[in-house]
Design a protein around this ligand. Structure first.
Ligand code: CS2
Length: 490
């Protein structure tokens, strides 16, 4: 009988598997909202190291805003899970102990609010993905017409969204005479701290203006740049771990050795000494955020659409495909010219490191996974830098090609005629546009460019951008050969 990872199994882990030796009963200073694989592969590992170094009080209470899946996996394992770190040369396996438990918000919103308003809680970290902030992308403010936000306004004590829970938790703290916790966004949004602050204040102002004033004065919403490639765990990964280590872990994560976290040093509550575990604390994260979003994530999205359409299921496959390295380097030449100085950021070293990370074939990072939610990802990764370049009279053929591939992706059929599901909050709208103008690329491009949530109006008005997009989308550039020809010509 194979044993499932839990406290008992932790006491007798195989010799090559390290595990937590600190006291796991110590207080939980952190509530994390959105407890997916990325949190388990990134922030939770830093807090695990912090407690291993003897810093007390940084256990994490996880919150799932939607599904009970992670709680069903992690709670029976006493919050323990395995981190498998691999590249093409080596693999290390560690059991991480920093997560206490997982609360499922829709099942028990009051328990989440109680965790947020506990005197132990100093810091609330978030990985709710771009769409979890419920923003109106045209204004960067909270989308008050969003269905879930309307529900939160109607039932503020049983909210559904991350901003809704933050407001409810802060309100309960104020009522209990406690100070606010620090809110630390760990999502791939530009100025993620300021954006979160704005969203929380927009909601609080509608519910309780006094509370909003208190949050504005006493709260803190530092920005942060997070980076680690954490592909979705597969059944195969779980079986493999079981075979090699002799225990079963339903919630293991696999990741790369590389990890980076740059955090703005403006906390209101007790701040964990993150700098002691390799976090870069800084006064201004924006240079790092922009570089990472445009270089890593921009190249990821380009490879996701172009690669997936051309039949490359994984990033390491795509980067070895004809012309992809050329494409990625062209894209980086384009984005690099839009970056600001960030302390210690060396673009050529960053590019070399990124290429090596993309080539890591042991991660099996699916292009399809990255292609999801493109409507949320395109604006900071591709639309903004293309526009900045256009304003300076510069063309951006590699980034245009990536946007054109996203447009082709909306048809739900790849270059070899294989159908797939477009997973995106705006999929129904983009599909309707593609169907309405079937076969007329110029009309499809025009229709998609009119989606204000994705494309700044300047984008559609720029005739050169539009013409280039149509040309790129028309010529089926998603096929490897055609893409190489297109890049040579442009
Ligand atoms: C990826 C990111 O899925 C995606 O959109 O680009 O998850 C990427 O792997 C991380 O941001 C790396 O830090």
């Amino acid at each position: 009988m194979i044993r499932r990872l839990n406290e008992e199994v932790r006491a007798s882990l195989p010799a090559d598997v390290a595990g937590p030796s600190y006291d796991r009963q110590q207080p939980a200073g952190i509530v994390h909202i959105g407890i997916g694989a990325f949190h388990r592969g990134h922030q939770a590992v830093y807090f695990d190291q912090l407690m291993a170094n003897g810093e007390a009080g940084w256990m994490i209470r996880g919150v799932s805003l939607r599904s009970a899946a992670v709680s069903r996996q992690l709670n029976p394992q006493d919050g323990l899970y395995t981190l498998v770190m691999r590249d093409d040369e080596a693999e290390t396996t560690t059991v991480i102990g920093s997560i206490r438990d997982v609360l499922v918000a829709p099942e028990d919103p009051a328990a989440v609010i109680a965790a947020l308003s506990s005197a132990d809680t100093q810091l609330v970290t978030l990985t709710v993905t771009e769409k979890g902030y419920c923003l109106d992308s045209a204004t960067g403010r909270l989308n008050l017409a969003h269905r879930d936000i309307r529900d939160d306004l109607a039932s503020p004590n049983a909210p559904r969204t991350a901003p809704g829970f933050l407001v409810a938790g802060l309100k309960a703290r104020r009522a209990a005479g406690l100070e606010p916790f620090t809110v630390l966004s760990c999502d791939n949004l530009f100025h993620n701290g300021a954006v979160t602050r704005r969203a929380v204040l927009d909601l609080a102002e509608r519910l309780d203006p006094d509370l909003a004033g208190w949050i504005a004065r006493r709260g803190a919403f530092p920005s942060s740049m997070v980076d680690r490639i954490v592909p979705a765990t597969t059944g195969e990964d779980i079986t493999q771990l079981e075979k090699t280590q002799g225990y079963r872990d339903e919630t293991m994560v696999k990741t790369e050795p590389f990890t980076q976290w740059v955090v703005e040093d403006s906390f209101c509550a007790r701040r964990p000494p993150l700098e002691t575990v390799g976090v870069q604390m800084t006064n201004d994260v924006s240079g790092w955020e922009k570089a990472k979003l445009r270089m890593l994530n921009g190249a990821h999205s380009a490879m996701a659409y172009l690669g997936s359409l051309a039949g490359h299921a994984y990033i390491h496959d795509a980067i070895h495909g004809e012309g992809f390295e050329v494409l990625v380097n062209r894209l980086w030449d384009e984005t690099q010219e839009t970056l600001d100085q960030a302390d210690g950021f060396d673009p050529s070293q960053y590019r070399a490191e990124l290429l090596a990370r993309f080539r890591n074939s042991s991660l099996r990072h699916r292009t399809y996974q990255i292609a999801m939610d493109g409507s949320q990802k395109l604006p900071p990764r591709l639309v903004a830098p293309i526009l900045e370049r256009a304003a300076r009279g510069l063309r951006s053929p590699a980034m245009i090609l990536a946007v054109a591939a996203w447009m082709r992706w909306q048809s739900g059929v790849d270059e070899s005629g294989e159908a797939f599901e477009v997973q995106d909050p705006l999929a129904a709208r983009t599909r309707a546009i593609v169907d309405a103008y079937s076969g007329d690329t110029a009309a499809i491009v025009k229709g998609l460019l009119a989606i204000g949530e994705i494309f700044d109006p300047r984008f559609g008005k720029d005739e050169s951008i539009k013409a280039n997009l149509v040309a790129a989308a028309l010529r089926a550039q998603c096929d490897d050969r055609a893409r190489a020809v297109w890049l040579n010509r442009n």
